[in-house]
Design a protein around this ligand. Structure first.
Ligand SMILES: Nc1ncnc2c1ncn2[C@@H]1O[C@H](COP(=O)(O)OP(=O)(O)OP(=O)(O)O)[C@@H](O)[C@H]1O
Ligand SMILES: [Mg+2]
Length: 231
């Protein structure tokens, strides 16, 4: 699903060069659930942004579902992103002027889905995260944990083949964190590939495989999924 070879990312400003990723190798198979851990500043978010085609890279190779990402123009990248990838990122990225229904609708509209199909998916996703009764509310009227769940509903509504999550439980209490993890496990069972960055060892332990990033590189020798995952 996701093949990165010697991936590098350098951020340049007038004064400094930051090597956010250096020769990162990572292979994630279709249907795997991988947790990514590592110290602050080690490049985890940079890696997810590149994986999700939100950012370009400065060296190495990245194939997403067999497509060489380097050869794509902006339009093709956006199309691939909208078709395949769901995001649960820090800061939620909800749109304040839209109610919950319309927030979840955003990625579905991008895909040009018919209205009836969108409505069905939005209601189903908001029900899954326990917010069906709040569809006409605005993000500001929700708690942080509820906002996080809307972001999750938005990601789930599109049934993404690949779900990228950056600290999906970072702002949640432990009970809410567990229910979010259960949602992720649920969509994993339905076939999605998941790559989740987390600082929480309990959550990391529930993934099929842990990958450790230090200083912009994967430090683990273990690149093969555990016995439970299929090829
Ligand atoms: N837009 C940017 N411009 C310049 N440097 C950046 C930019 N984004 C990230 N960096 C730098 O790249 C390095 C990796 O950052 P990144 O956000 O990927 O770390 P992280 O592992 O996600 O950390 P955390 O656990 O704190 O979220 C850091 O040194 C950071 O300062
Ligand atoms: Mg980060």
């Amino acid at each position: 699903m996701l093949h990165m070879q010697a991936l590098a990312k350098v951020y340049r400003t007038e004064l400094v060069e930051t090597h956010a990723l250096r020769a990162l190798d990572l292979h994630v198979r279709e249907g795997e659930f991988v947790a990514v851990t590592g110290p602050s500043g080690s490049g985890k978010t940079t890696f997810l942004n590149i994986a999700g085609l939100l950012e370009t890279f400065t060296g190495g190779d990245y194939h997403l579902d067999g497509v060489d990402v380097k050869g794509l123009n902006d339009d093709a990248r956006s199309r691939l992103r909208n078709e395949k990838i769901g995001f649960i990122f820090q800061g939620f990225n909800l749109i304040p002027d839209l109610d919950l229904f319309d927030n979840v609708d955003v990625p579905l509209r991008y895909r040009g889905m018919p209205a009836a199909e969108r409505k069905r998916r939005i209601e189903e996703a908001l029900t899954m995260v326990g917010l069906a009764s709040r569809m006409k509310h605005y993000p500001a009227e929700l708690s942080g944990g509820q906002q996080q769940r809307v972001a999750i509903a938005r990601a789930l509504a599109g049934s993404p083949r690949l779900l990228l999550a950056d600290e999906p439980t970072g702002n949640l209490d432990s009970q809410m964190a567990r229910s979010v993890m259960e949602l992720l496990e649920d969509i994993h069972r339905k076939g999605a590939t998941i790559v989740m960055v987390t600082h929480d060892p309990e959550l990391a332990a529930r993934a099929q495989r842990n990958v450790h990033i230090v200083d912009g590189m994967v430090t683990d020798l273990q690149q093969e999924p555990l016995a439970t995952a299929s090829a």
